[in-house]
Design a protein around this ligand. Structure first.
Ligand code: SF4
Length: 309
């Protein structure tokens, strides 16, 4: 079993990047002015039940600044704070393939023109992709490092319906197959702790993603943010929130079912702190990550340990 960081029992994406480039590589988050069909009325106006007005965007820049200005700010900060030397432009806010191809090309080109940027990661929905858009994105892979990040959240349609995702698992599967034909790296975002999902349901998501051959997984815990429909349900007592130890155990179980070549882009997301209602324990994210490391060690286990072959 090979792990890029010998101190860890799973393959962290940041270690994978260091292995590839020999230096610290950092993702700079961008808001390129996209919207989302689950927000603009094409599918619904309400959006996913957990989504706040930022469209899952976790970094705030002054309003209306260009992609280059956002990159300049983000890159300078990460050089100082993390000693990063190379950067990926991370199109994070809303659905970053939800425009005509010619506009996408202009937006992506602006990011890749930046001297310090070696590639990009594009966050989007699986129903916002088609052959032409994938042709465009694939055209960048010759000279840049490129990922597509699909919000999936769960392989169970009952859960997708509950969170008002506006697409089914089949939509994701079709998008993934098309993307794989274009040889583009795919990271799937999933959420643990969705109401009405058992631990087995969550682990089924891991098994299916492993079978489908995704290249990366980003794991989030269901978090309640202010100004969301989830917050209303939470205040009505309808949303149970996972306890820390239960989350740590589930993450370890989940990792044991993913092949070691799948890079782990995140093990616990968190909202901007002032905006987060629950769970409080996630504000100490480093504690959660330490507990995951310790439990894997205690089990003498690792990413992929429970794969049959
Ligand atoms: S797809 Fe993303 S941006 Fe759109 S409503 Fe859901 S979480 Fe928000």
């Amino acid at each position: 079993m090979f792990f890029y960081n010998s101190n860890l029992r799973y393959n962290r994406f940041s270690d994978h990047l260091r292995h590839l480039y020999g230096v610290k590589v950092y993702k700079v988050t961008l808001d390129a002015g996209f919207t989302c069909p689950n927000r603009d009325g094409t599918i619904s106006y309400e959006g996913c039940v957990f989504c706040d007005n930022g469209g899952s965007f976790s970094q705030l820049y002054p309003n209306n600044i260009s992609i280059k200005q956002q990159l300049d700010i983000g890159i300078n900060l990460s050089k100082q704070k993390y000693k990063a030397q190379k950067f990926l432009a991370y199109f994070q806010a809303y659905s970053n393939t939800y425009k005509p191809v010619n506009e996408l090309k202009s937006i992506y080109n602006q990011a890749l023109a930046h001297d310090d940027v070696i590639g990009m990661s594009i966050g989007t929905r699986p129903d916002c992709i088609d052959e032409q858009k994938l042709d465009l994105i694939a055209s960048y892979t010759e000279n840049h490092y490129v990922w597509l990040e699909y919000g999936l959240q769960s392989v169970h349609d009952k859960s997708l319906k509950f969170i008002n995702r506006g697409h089914t698992f089949k939509t994701f599967k079709n998008a993934l197959e098309l993307t794989q034909k274009h040889n583009i790296n795919v990271c799937a975002h999933i959420i643990l702790g969705l109401p009405n999902e058992t631990r087995n349901d969550m682990l089924e998501t891991a098994k299916v993603l492993a079978d489908l051959g995704v290249n990366g997984v980003k794991i989030h815990l269901l978090c309640v943010l202010n100004n969301t429909r989830l917050a209303k349900l939470y205040f009505q007592g309808k949303i149970p929130i996972m306890e820390e130890d239960e989350y740590v155990e589930t993450v370890c179980d989940f990792l044991e079912l993913l092949p070691s070549e799948v890079t782990i882009h995140r093990l616990a997301g968190n909202g901007l702190k002032p905006n987060m209602l629950a769970p409080g324990w996630l504000s100490k994210k480093f504690v959660v990550l330490n507990k995951i490391d310790k439990l894997l060690e205690l089990r003498n286990s690792y990413q992929g340990a429970k794969l049959k072959n």
